[in-house]
Design a protein around this ligand. Structure first.
Ligand code: AGP
Length: 606
């Protein structure tokens, strides 16, 4: 949440910072701001709204070759001009941008006010600027260190000071910061997305680490000012993967990339001969794997719903009791951590604080936790005992699509490996492998039909409220479908088990409330179709995501047939049309697809 950029070098900072902020805007888009150090001191421009408006309104003489920038997702105080970052001290000598939350901000604000300092904003961040200004250390590094000594909480910060115009000092505790090394220039950002156009030679700061950037290099150190001697490394990343290209949105691009994303996660991980998966990153031998008695999956939002799909896969294929829980609730119920349970944290960003804190809780209590994570080297990936990288490629849209699909495939691989050290037969292992291998082509077939779904989506977009229903394997699909729909269309979309409909929600069915129903060809098809008749009898409009051989009889419904695969893999093929329905409904309603209101890509605050 929130994005940070910084630049020091030989070029004008403002255009580079604006470009970086545009690339980070998915992380927060309530307000944006810049501060540059030039001949006439520290200049700050900041305002509520988008980065583009900030750039358009920037004063002509906003020059300086050192600068910091920020795009915000509001935590303390509303999204207005004053609360936008950068924040400054009373004299306007110190500029600070900050990601994270200062837990003792209220106390620090009170102390500063008691000392006669008039605070300009409602934010926690502003206190950092005042604390840096008040420190009597004679270096910027010392001043930042002194300020941080009073602070409890999480932060990624970048600080500039008029008395030290040759440097930016940055610090990390819980919120990522990456230093980018250019030619006679240095960059810093909270996400690689803002750096890749300028450099792919980077250094990731660790928690508790600080760094000084000058035009010619960087040094890293701890709070006691001892060096950590970090060096930069080249990362293998295609800058084009951070561009939307010819697509109207990143979400559209990312949905269409799903076939290749699935190919990537499968590459080198299928063992056709023994009908199993190769998952070396789990760091568990066969004996340890066999000793697992239970699997507990933890994730947030859509990652939690895919976790529920994963739990079904593991129970079905490996016959190990498995369930998923919202990571945001987990540690608050003082969970019992069992030595023979395998805990699985699932996250696209690898930054979601609730998931990270759940991982830390498990490890503190001696549990074993593995990660299904997309972002390599992210906090969650590093906090786990092992894991499976998702290899979905960078995901920028707030509405997650390709990463979720790869989470599902990751769970299929895990289920296969767990199953094959137990009772899953070679034949069943091979059956699953054949199914997984078919997925990219089948997903491509679905996304190619998006115009067919667009027509249905236009009708759904007219409804204020919708149901998404499914049973057993189909229920997490319904939850994810409803989540995607509400996230970007802002329509009320509620997921229910089809079997539960007549225990209450049927009262809401009417011609104004459509239902999107998941009806795979499986042991529950007849019951599912029966429920559809009950909805139709109450004149509820129906969209049915199903298989071509399912007979819906006389039922009036918009029908979306998806290709058949192995029944265990049906959930992911049924999820894809729901992404496209949500996307086309949001498009019809004229919404900003990649930046839905009130949300941000990575939720790094509790
Ligand atoms: C997905 O569309 C959502 N934006 C959201 O629910 C997301 O899946 C959740 O916040 C978890 O994010 P993570 O995968 O980065 O941990």
């Amino acid at each position: 949440m929130c994005g940070i950029v910084g630049y020091i070098g030989t070029q004008q900072a403002a255009p580079l910072l604006l470009e970086g902020l545009t690339r980070l805007e998915h992380r927060g888009y309530d307000s944006a701001g810049l501060a540059v150090l030039g001949g006439s001191g520290l200049k700050v421009a900041k305002q509520a709204g988008r980065v583009r408006a900030l750039g358009e309104g920037l004063p002509k003489r906003f020059s300086g070759k050192v600068g910091i920038g920020h795009t915000r997702w509001a935590t303390h105080g509303p999204a207005n001009d004053t609360n936008a970052h950068p924040h400054t001290d009373v004299k306007g000598e110190v500029g600070v941008v900050h990601n994270g939350i200062i837990d003792n901000a209220a106390t620090l604000r009170r102390q500063l006010t008691d000392d006669g300092i008039e605070l300009a904003s409602d934010t926690d961040t502003e206190v950092i600027a005042h604390l840096v200004a008040r420190s009597d250390a004679d270096t910027l590094e010392g001043k930042v260190r002194d300020a941080l000594a009073s602070i409890d909480g999480t932060y990624g910060i970048a600080v500039v000071h008029t008395a030290f115009p040759d440097r930016i000092v940055v610090a990390r505790n819980g919120s990522p910061l990456i230093i980018g090394v250019g030619d006679k220039e240095m960059h810093v950002a909270s996400d690689l997305a803002a750096l890749v156009r300028y450099t792919t030679t980077v250094a990731h700061l660790e928690d508790g680490e600080l760094a000084t950037l000058t035009a010619t290099g960087f040094t890293t150190f701890r709070a006691d000012l001892t060096s950590t001697n970090k060096t930069a490394e080249k990362v293998d990343i295609d800058p084009a993967s951070y561009d939307a290209g010819e697509h109207d949105s990143f979400m559209h691009k990312e949905m269409l990339e799903q076939p290749e994303a699935v190919e990537r996660i499968l590459r080198g991980r299928l063992d056709e001969r023994f009908g199993t998966a190769h998952l070396g990153g789990l760091n568990m031998d066969a004996r340890e794997t066999r000793a697992i008695r239970r699997v507990k999956i933890l994730g947030c939002g859509s990652a939690y719903y895919v976790g529920q799909m994963g739990a079904s896969l593991i129970e079905e294929l490996a016959r190990i009791p498995a369930d998923a829980e919202a990571a945001s609730e987990f540690r608050y119920r003082d969970p019992v951590i069992e030595p023979d349970t395998l805990y699985v944290a699932v996250s696209q960003s690898g930054e979601t604080i609730d998931t990270l804190l759940a991982v830390e809780e498990i490890r503190r209590k001696g549990g074993r936790v593995i990660g299904l994570v997309n972002v390599v080297g992210s906090a969650i990936a590093r906090a786990c005992d092992g894991g499976i990288y998702l290899h979905a490629g960078p995901e920028v849209a707030v509405a997650s699509t390709k990463a979720l699909t790869n989470m599902f495939v990751g769970f299929s691989l895990l289920a296969l490996q767990l199953g094959r050290v137990r009772d899953l037969s070679v034949a069943d292992g091979k059956r699953l492998i054949a199914g997984l291998t078919k997925l990219p082509e089948q997903i491509a077939e679905i996304v190619e039909r998006e115009h067919e779904f667009a027509e249905i989506a236009k009708r759904l977009a007219q409804a204020e409220s919708l149901f998404f229903i499914g049973r057993v394997r189909g229920f997490p699909v319904a939850r994810e479908g409803a989540q995607k729909f509400k996230e970007i269309s802002y329509r009320h979309a509620e997921a229910y088990q089809t079997s539960e409909l007549k225990h209450g929600p049927l009262a809401l069915i009417s011609p104004e409330v459509p239902t999107v129903s998941l009806v795979p060809q499986d042991e529950l098809t007849d019951r599912n179709v029966g429920a559809l008749h009950e909805i139709a009898a109450r004149l509820g409009p129906l969209v049915v995501v199903t298989h071509a051989d399912v007979d819906l009889g006389e039922l009036r419904a918009d029908r979306i047939d998806v290709p058949r695969n192995e029944r265990e893999l049906d959930p992911i093929l049924m999820t894809i049309p729901l992404q496209l329905l949500a996307y086309h409904a949001a498009l019809e309603l004229g919404h900003d697809i990649d930046k839905p209101r009130n949300l941000a890509k990575s939720v790094t605050v509790e």
